[in-house]
Design a protein around this ligand. Structure first.
Ligand code: Q0N
Length: 304
């Protein structure tokens, strides 16, 4: 893991108190980088956090040196749209999608700072990735037994909750429901499972009407000081979920990724061992990938 020095970024929003009144000002103050991920950054702004999505893209877990212009904006707007759709399922950490520093307009979200729960909450409706590997080894995923005879990309009889640990380094490990309950308590575990499955069902059902399969999704939750469980991070974006075109879905083989297939097809033809540093992306592959992200957004939300 690369460790970067805390970057300081200008933000035009300040609050000052004069003779007992609060004045919101536009003098600049600085934001501290609290977390830098592969494709996103998190800054602290007073009590709030600002989550910033970059245009960086990863293939096979390696971030490529060429950005996909507009990707950060598309994913941020999609996530905001979903948070709005899902407000009746569970409250979320969003404060504002617009009250953010101008340089990040459109690709940043002002969020409430929560105490994050140490569980990656995953819902799966189809078999892929680590879920597939676990099924092939044991017939189970995170302790959930599945029927025999399923293959890569198979649809599951019903969506399942397959949580994992949040490893600081290395790979996340599957957790059983009972392990989650031992970690966060029984009623919290039940709430995580309910909210995770309901978010997935809503997303997958809506996507199905738009010709898109959402195979699985990963959610993160946190707590307010009063103990309220809230949905955090991003929701139902192609960086947190597997999106497939329904017309291309064919169980029994690896599925084509709606967002990253052009990158995969192009990179498969290179002499690259899938280790960093990744190769620069040629302009036609950038353009095709960019169009995919836009199309995904428009299809899901009906917005341009
Ligand atoms: C938090 N992560 C892991 C951003 C997301 N609302 C919150 N309050 C406190 N902490 C976090 C959130 C959120 N969301 C979440 N780390 C801290 C996921 N990160 C990865 C990098 O980009």
């Amino acid at each position: 893991m690369m460790v970067r020095a805390p970057a300081l970024v200008r933000c035009a929003r300040t609050a000052r108190v004069f003779s007992g009144r609060v004045f919101l000002g536009w003098e600049e103050h600085e934001l501290e980088l609290v977390h830098s991920g592969k494709v996103r950054e998190l800054y602290a702004d007073g009590d709030d956090l600002i989550m910033v999505a970059s245009d960086r893209v990863s293939v096979y877990d390696v971030v490529l040196p060429t950005p996909i212009p507009g990707k950060g904006q598309v994913l941020t707007q999609l996530s905001l749209w979903w948070f709005g759709q899902l407000g009746d399922v569970i409250p979320n950490h969003v404060i504002s999608g617009t009250d953010v520093p101008a340089e990040w307009a459109g690709r940043a979200i002002r969020c409430r700072r929560l105490t994050m729960l140490p569980v990656e909450c995953i819902a799966r409706g189809y078999l892929a990735g680590l879920g597939l590997a676990s099924y092939q080894q044991s017939g189970t995923i995170s302790g959930v037994r599945l029927p025999p005879g399923l293959g890569e990309g198979s649809r599951l009889p019903e969506p399942i909750f397959t949580p994992t640990t949040k490893a600081a380094a290395g790979h996340d490990e599957p957790m059983t429901y009972d392990e989650v309950a031992a970690l966060v308590g029984g009623s919290m575990a039940a709430e995580l499972q309910r909210a995770t499955l309901e978010v997935y069902r809503r997303g997958a059902d809506l996507a199905a009407t738009r010709g898109i399969v959402i195979a699985d999704t990963k959610l993160e939750f946190g707590l307010l000081p009063d103990g309220t469980v809230m949905l955090a991070d991003e929701v139902l974006t192609p960086d947190s979920s597997r999106f497939w075109l329904a017309s291309e879905w064919q169980p029994g083989r690896p599925q084509r990724s709606l967002d990253k297939q052009f990158l995969r097809d192009w990179s498969a033809g290179l002499d690259w061992d899938r280790r960093p540093p990744g190769p620069a992306i040629p302009p036609d592959v950038v353009a095709a990938t960019q169009a995919r992200y836009r199309e995904l957004y428009t299809r899901m939300t009906g917005r341009e």
